[in-house]
Design a protein around this ligand. Structure first.
Ligand code: MF3
Ligand code: CO
Length: 272
């Protein structure tokens, strides 16, 4: 799938898809309770997405059996919702994708359930911050390597590692378009960004080393060393002098971010 450049009309639809994702994530975060099965989150998300006139993009994608991914503790991404019961202290990544009038949005957050360890809190905060610095570098004329390098530097200078085997991606009518968007790189290298490109940037950060392993279900990706992992993702649109965060919930995101002890900026960004 080639790199696609969106027209203003297409960007307007990407914005709406992004808002479906953002609203669904907000609903999930405020629904999270100890004792809940992860399958309940999947039901909540599917209802929320469909109630907004969109469809869950993950459901059936390459045979994926659910509407969202819920990845807990040492799970990095692609955890399948099911009978697992969430407990206080769990580090929970929620990844949501929606298609609105043919256009895709993709986003993820990681939150601690109730009281979590100090090391878990710091891991989450560093991962969220790494997405923010990556987005800050994204604009027309910048290179893909500028984004990856900023994320990598933010993470590694704080003693964490960035997952290598999974990367972000272009997004549009397809969830996964070119280019691949690694969370590591060399400044000044790689594709030059132009207005109208849309990217899903999604750093996955481990407390231990970056190696991964795939579970018996053939989907769940975990840290090879069993260490905790966190994941944040935003869909962004490239403009002349900034990146617009399409999956930033317009208006209310800080309310639920603060409710969960995260600093504001679970999603940063200016709306054009
Ligand atoms: N946000 C993930 C991604 O960008 C979600 C894919 S899960 C899948 O790859 F099940 F749909 F594959
Ligand atoms: Co993605």
């Amino acid at each position: 799938m080639a790199i696609t450049i969106k027209s203003p009309e297409e960007l307007a639809l990407m914005r709406q898809a992004g808002q479906v994702v953002a609203a669904t994530i907000a609903t999930l975060v405020s629904s999270l309770r100890p004792g809940m099965r992860t399958a309940e989150l999947d039901d909540i998300a599917e209802r929320e997405i469909r109630s907004r006139g969109a469809t869950p993009s993950f459901l059936g994608y390459k045979g994926y059996p659910a509407s969202i991914c819920v990845s807990v503790n040492e799970e990095i991404v692609h955890g399948i919702p099911g009978e697992r019961v969430l407990r206080e202290g769990d580090v929970v990544s929620l990844d949501v994708g929606a298609i609105y009038q043919g256009w895709q949005g993709d986003g993820a957050v990681t939150v601690g359930l109730g009281k979590i360890s100090q090391e878990a809190r710091q891991l989450i905060e560093v991962t969220r911050g790494s997405l923010e610095v990556g987005i800050q570098r994204a604009r027309a004329g910048a290179r893909l390597g500028d984004i990856g390098a900023a994320i990598q530097e933010h993470v590694e200078s704080r003693g964490y590692s960035v997952v290598r085997e999974y990367v972000g991606h272009g997004i549009g009518r397809q969830m996964h378009e070119e280019p691949q968007v690694p969370n590591y790189g060399v400044p000044g290298r790689g594709l030059r960004l132009v207005p109208g490109m849309c990217l899903a940037i999604e750093p996955m950060v481990n407390l231990g080393d970056w190696h991964t392993t795939v579970g018996a279900d053939q989907w769940t990706v975990s840290t090879a060393d069993g260490s905790l992992s966190a994941h944040f993702e935003h869909t962004i649109a490239i403009h002349q002098d900034h990146a617009e965060v399409l999956t930033k919930l317009v208006g209310t995101e800080d309310i639920w971010a603060h409710a969960w002890g995260l600093s504001s900026g679970v999603s940063r960004g200016s709306s054009a």
